[in-house]
Design a protein around this ligand. Structure first.
Ligand code: 3PG
Length: 211
């Protein structure tokens, strides 16, 4: 089974919102050209399922996952479409348990010790910290690592090229998530060169810090 560390190997997990599945493959290729080899396509639009299926079928080098998975039905849709990993904004026990049953890596969203303890019950070691900047960013992550030294995070929400460096420097951070390298506007405008440029800058920053 794929591990979360493999998914997050380039240090950046883009959160992608697609209104039209036609945009999925060019977006995936633009991210790959910028050094990003995993993408989270969110279940915030009706095009999510088809978008995941297209990337899974047509861009095999891209590890495509499903984001904003908030119930078991979406989880099944995502996995059936070919999602290789699951991201949720929160911690729903039925979703976590079903993902484990299906053998698909899941990073549920947490901001509190109780949510972390729910994930620990299922053996999870990597959590999405969301919305990161609104909930205290690294300061809160450092505090949470006191009682939970065994876990690491993928912080998401409010992170961008200007503040990602401090996260990359911290060993408790597996990768950072965010939409800054692939905004809705860029996708709608077909600005795939812009997506590649911002992705390359993000992966270069991570490499500069992590080597
Ligand atoms: C989200 O789920 O919306 C992500 O956290 C993206 O947040 P960002 O747009 O602030 O990067």
């Amino acid at each position: 089974m794929l591990t979360v560390d493999q998914v997050a190997a380039c240090g950046v997990v883009p959160v992608v919102v697609l209104e039209d599945a036609e945009q999925a493959v060019p977006t995936a290729k633009a991210l790959l050209a910028g050094g990003i080899n995993a993408m989270e396509i969110t279940f915030r639009t009706a095009a999510a399922r088809d978008s995941i299926a297209r990337v899974a079928a047509e861009v095999p080098e891209m590890i495509v996952g499903a984001g904003t998975v908030i119930n078991v039905e979406q989880l099944h849709q995502a996995v059936d479409a070919g999602a290789k990993f699951i991201v949720s904004p929160g911690s729903a026990e039925d979703v976590i348990a079903e993902a484990i049953k299906l053998n698909v890596p899941i990073t549920p969203g947490v901001v509190t010790p109780s949510e972390i303890m729910l994930g620990l019950k299922y053996g999870l070691k990597v959590f999405k910290f969301f919305p990161a900047e609104s909930f205290g960013g690294l300061k809160t992550i450092k505090a949470l690592c006191g009682p939970f030294p065994q876990i690491r995070f993928i912080p998401t929400g409010g992170i961008n090229q200007n503040n990602a460096a401090e996260y990359f420097k911290n060993p408790k951070i597996v990768a950072v998530g965010g939409s800054w390298m692939v905004t809705k506007d860029m996708v709608v405008a077909g600005d795939f060169a812009g997506i590649t440029e911002k992705s390359a800058a993000a992966t270069a920053l991570c490499k500069e810090i992590r080597g």
